[in-house]
Design a protein around this ligand. Structure first.
Ligand SMILES: [Ca+2]
Length: 180
């Protein structure tokens, strides 16, 4: 009799465990990806796109993005707003589970010449997840010089659109630096 009780108790514990394991496994995680151009040039606007799928179990969600410090937001699409106090761009509250592409335009600061870091979060039903995708953007001139010098991180880019990567592109970056 005692033995039966014990088995029954163990069995119900196993059922509770399976219930939680299944509900955790089936909670649909959101996917959020940032798309950026290959490089930036100070003063030239860049459009940032966030491709968001909040997951099928989403009931309520918000997105917030922290652009590189000191860069100026020139346009926010998809009914996002600027949180000037915290230097964030915010979208939502969305009360559905529909995918959305959210975007904004930003102007790299004139005297910026280092790596620019982007970060963002999506919060779905109260849980937060990082926005994945491209997080670091580098000055185009640096990428180009690294390419010519054979340094990792270099990239053959063609900012003057003549289908060649040469000295003309370095001059382009120098001449267009700070253009608004
Ligand atoms: Ca070129």
């Amino acid at each position: 009799m005692k033995q039966n009780m014990k088995i029954r108790k163990n069995r119900s514990l196993i059922f509770v465990f399976i219930f939680f394991a299944v509900s955790f496994a089936t909670f649909s995680k959101p996917t959020a990806e940032r798309l950026l151009p290959d490089y930036y040039n100070p003063g030239q606007p860049i459009r940032v796109e966030l491709k968001i799928d909040p997951g099928k179990d989403a009931l309520a969600w918000v997105v917030e993005e922290s652009p590189p410090a000191g860069w100026k937001i020139s346009r926010i699409e998809n009914e996002g707003v600027m949180d000037t106090l915290n230097q964030k761009v915010k979208w939502g509250l969305f009360l559905d589970n529909k995918s959305r592409d959210l975007s904004y335009t930003i102007i790299p600061s004139q005297n910026e010449n280092t790596m620019a870091v982007f970060s963002g979060l999506i919060s779905v039903n109260g849980k937060s997840f990082d926005i994945e995708g491209i997080k670091i953007l580098e000055w185009g001139l640096k990428r180009l010089l690294n390419h010519f010098l054979g340094i990792p991180g270099g990239m053959p880019i063609d900012p003057n659109y003549d289908n060649q990567c040469d000295i003309g592109d370095i001059l382009y970056f120098l001449n267009h630096r700070g253009e608004k």
